[in-house]
Design a protein around this ligand. Structure first.
Ligand code: PLP
Length: 370
């Protein structure tokens, strides 16, 4: 699905030298490179504060804690997402309120958000799934109208952007109160282990997030609240500093791969290519088709031809055993279930060779044309 070895080869010198420097200085925690990276990422995104942390799941949890959400508060989120988005809600005793997504772009449907609002609703967590921004003008309008917080789950869409009706382009994760990112190795900006970050333009909130991530202390050994321990390692910051410079190129490489897939599968009666919403600069963390036909048969056929493929995700959050009796479901989540039975993600990465992709396309069409 990804080729991290070839990607590493291209930046090996810088990464190796940077890691050696950390080993020699032994500043493994909170080294200078962590602050440098936060600053560089802030400049890249056009956001005032970047608060690094240990992983993307922590970023979501710390964001919810930083906003002061309390047990019983309701948080609206899509069920069609990676479990981490909903898991942190349950962990904090918040009530996940699952709503449906758009069937063509896979992101949260704002009309469904409106229906889900009650007097207990405190926040919305839109997910920029597969690398594409959610419909953020609509999400932000609802949030403003009902005085709700917005936490963007941007784990899959860093490098992507949203252009609002006002024509202003904003980096994904910088429109709501807090954006959350993961630097898991296979993400669009990945390190060589775990890593994550939150971003915000709100000074007070930034201080709060820093405090939560650091055992609830502002002054060492004086704990004003119950927090967590969540840090980005210096070694990971070195890798991220090296890779951030290439992020735009990585994203455009992914888009070229998506272009070629789109072209090959266009107008096929049983294959629907992923929609590109007019407002979004899609960075294709995943390239996900909707198959009208034998989706599981296609996956087996591809595997028999040594082509990896993935179902993201085989069970939506509201149908997971862990969420039985937890959370609320609004509407029938028809498109969530419909997509779950039909989606398949093909290999896409920054180092894809034309002949590799041609082989994948050939095999997909061979099966689908049977
Ligand atoms: C990867 C991911 C996360 C969690 O990130 P980790 O760094 O693995 O904790 C959260 N949400 C979504 C949508 C993701 O894809």
């Amino acid at each position: 699905m990804v080729d991290l070895k070839t990607q590493y080869a291209a930046i090996k010198q810088e990464v190796d030298n940077g890691i050696m420097e950390v080993l020699n200085n032994a500043a493994f925690i909170n080294g200078k490179q962590v602050g440098d990276f936060a600053e560089h990422l802030g400049q890249y995104l056009g956001v005032k504060h970047v608060i690094p942390c240990a992983n993307g799941t922590d970023a979501l949890q710390i964001a919810l804690m930083g906003l002061g959400l309390q047990p019983g508060d309701e948080v609206i989120t899509p069920s069609f997402t990676y479990i981490a988005t909903c898991e942190v809600l349950a962990l904090l005793g918040l009530t996940p309120v699952f709503v449906d997504v758009y069937p063509d772009s896979f992101t949260i449907n704002p009309n469904e958000i409106e229906k889900a609002i009650t007097s207990k609703t405190k926040a919305i967590v839109p997910v920029h799934l597969y690398g594409q921004s959610a419909d953020m003008d609509a999400v932000m309008e609802i949030a403003k109208k009902h005085n709700l917080f917005v936490i963007e789950d941007n784990a899959q869409a860093i490098g992507g952007s949203y252009t609002g009706a006002d024509g202003i382009k904003k980096a994904n994760g910088t429109m709501g109160d807090i954006g959350c990112t993961s630097f898991f190795p296979s993400k669009n900006l990945g390190c060589y282990g775990d890593g994550g970050a939150m971003y915000t333009n709100n000074d007070e909130l930034a201080n709060k997030l820093r405090m939560v991530a650091n055992h609830g202390q502002r002054v060492r050994y004086y704990h004003d609240m119950v927090g967590v321990n969540s840090r980005l390692d210096t070694i990971q910051a070195v890798i991220l500093n090296a890779k951030l410079k290439h992020l735009d190129q990585y994203c455009s490489n992914r888009r070229s791969v998506a272009d070629a897939y789109d072209k090959a599968f266009a107008n096929h009666p049983k294959i629907k290519t992923p929609a590109r919403a007019s407002y979004s600069y899609h960075v294709y963390h995943q390239y996900t088709l909707v198959i009208e036909g034998d989706r599981n048969g296609l996956q087996t056929f591809l595997a028999d031809n040594n082509i990896p493929s993935m179902i993201y995700y085989p069970v939506p959050a509201h149908r997971q055993k862990a969420f039985e009796g937890k959370g609320k479901i609004v509407g029938d989540l028809y498109h969530t279930d419909w997509l779950t039975d039909r989606v398949i993600s093909l290999p896409i990465h920054t180092e894809m060779e034309a002949d590799q992709q041609a082989f994948i396309i050939e095999k997909v069409l061979e099966f689908m044309n049977k």
